[in-house]
Design a protein around this ligand. Structure first.
Ligand code: COA
Length: 383
């Protein structure tokens, strides 16, 4: 396997994009990434999208997006792994360049969730239809069960859950592309509308339209273009049971643990070597559980850590979700994994503005599908 780098990035604003189609959104993000990278051609395209068929009635997304980008006959493939579709698309691009099959690959993600579909129902297609959805469970419901179990087992508190939302909204207020770029107080989080006990409105990621794209290339291409680049030093993926009830524990996400083990081994680093991490905070409890499963904190101590500021940009032991995370930046499910890579690209190149982590050199992106049945992890480094 040869060295693979990211040489350009682009994204749309995240939010309710009523005046843009799914094609407009992907084309906008892709053209920005191409311009940023300075490449004059693309060898192939991967696009992460969870459910364009159900959200906007459009399948065959790879071919359609290549067409609207004016790139036929470039090979274009859609990748689906629920909310980890973006991370999985990036991994395919990484593997294609690492193998030597291509020199320059566009890895993108897109979702248009606000177009009239029953979003809760569409998202629930990523859970076990027979044993979970048929019984009435939704994603807020699944993560609420994880939260209840974590509170019961480790004493995690309502204040600790709220601290995740407060931090991520603070970070998101410094991100011009964030859907909800406003700050919130712990009281506002704890008094917001109940969604699924104990998770309230401000514990949830929103329903979002948006697109993101990066250009993945070989080191040879990066050197010829003489552009800023970051190197992909690990790419790992793992799976777990689709249904929560099949797991030994509700409070450990095995796909995250296994993908992280592989990623740390491949990069030859320890959790303490990371300078920042974008994690999949689809609900506040998810950030707490994942921060433990990635080895940043002892099991059961993730809530205490966020409340004590250990994951903030300012005082951070490990700054988490500097972009605002899914909570504040937004969660257009298929685009999320690519947007996480973009945050690392900007941070590692020192271009994250008001949310810059000082001396950021190594960063991780953790993207997850469903209640953790799939997890994709990448580690990026700048020399
Ligand atoms: N965070 C902050 N504010 C939010 C919000 C969120 N997650 N979701 C909606 N809002 C705001 C809206 O802007 C709106 O504000 P306004 O009244 O000032 O205009 C208000 O709350 C109501 O918005 P609405 O769109 O009617 O909310 P909703 O009740 O339809 O949806 C949720 C709220 C939480 C149910 C929805 O965002 C959701 O399902 N989130 C989870 C998505 C998910 O499961 N993703 C996959 C994870 S695996």
């Amino acid at each position: 396997m040869r060295d693979v780098v990211v040489i350009g990035a682009g994204m749309t604003k995240f939010g309710e994009l009523w005046d843009k189609s799914i094609k407009d959104i992907f084309v906008e993000a892709s053209l920005k990434a191409i311009k940023d990278s300075g490449v004059d051609h693309i060898d192939s395209i991967y696009v992460g999208a969870m459910s364009s068929g159900l959200f906007v009635g459009q399948e065959h997304l790879g071919a359609i997006l290549a067409d609207y980008l004016g790139m036929n006959p470039v090979p274009a493939t859609r990748v689906e792994s629920a909310c980890a579709s973006g991370g999985a698309a990036f991994r395919q691009a990484y593997l294609e360049v690492a193998s030597g099959a291509s020199e320059i690959v566009l890895a993108g993600g897109v979702e248009k969730m606000n177009d009239g579909a029953d979003v809760t129902e569409v998202l629930a297609t990523a859970a076990d239809q027979e044993y979970e959805v048929y019984q009435g469970i939704t994603f807020p419901g699944l993560y609420a069960m994880i939260a209840k179990a974590h509170m019961h087992q480790y004493g995690t508190t309502r204040e600790q859950l709220a601290a995740v939302a407060v931090k991520n909204h603070r970070n998101g207020s410094k991100n011009k592309n964030a859907q909800f770029g406003f700050e919130v107080t712990p009281e506002q989080v704890m008094k917001s509308t109940m969604v699924s006990d104990p998770l309230r409105l401000l514990d949830c990621s929103p329903v979002t339209d948006g697109g993101a794209a990066v250009i993945v290339a070989s080191m040879d291409v990066a050197k010829k273009l003489n552009k800023n680049f970051v190197r992909v030093i690990a790419s790992a993926q793992a799976s777990d049971t689709i249904a929560l009830h099949s797991r030994e524990s509700f409070t450990t996400l095995n796909s995250v643990v296994k993908a992280a083990e592989k990623a740390y081994r491949m990069a030859g680093i320890k959790p303490t070597d990371l300078n920042l991490c974008e994690v999949h905070d689809c609900f506040t409890i998810a950030e707490i559980v994942v921060s433990e499963d990635l080895g940043f904190f002892e099991k059961g101590k993730g809530g205490e850590a966020v409340l004590n500021g250990l994951t903030s940009i300012e005082s951070g032991k490990i700054p988490i979700n500097t972009s605002g995370g899914l909570k504040s930046k937004g969660h257009p499910v298929g685009a999320t994994g690519i947007a996480q890579i973009i945050e690392l690209f900007e941070q590692l190149n020192g271009k994250a503005g008001g949310r810059q982590v000082k001396n950021a050199r190594i960063g991780m992106a953790q993207n997850m599908g469903g209640s953790g049945a799939s997890s994709v992890i990448h580690i990026l480094e700048v020399k």
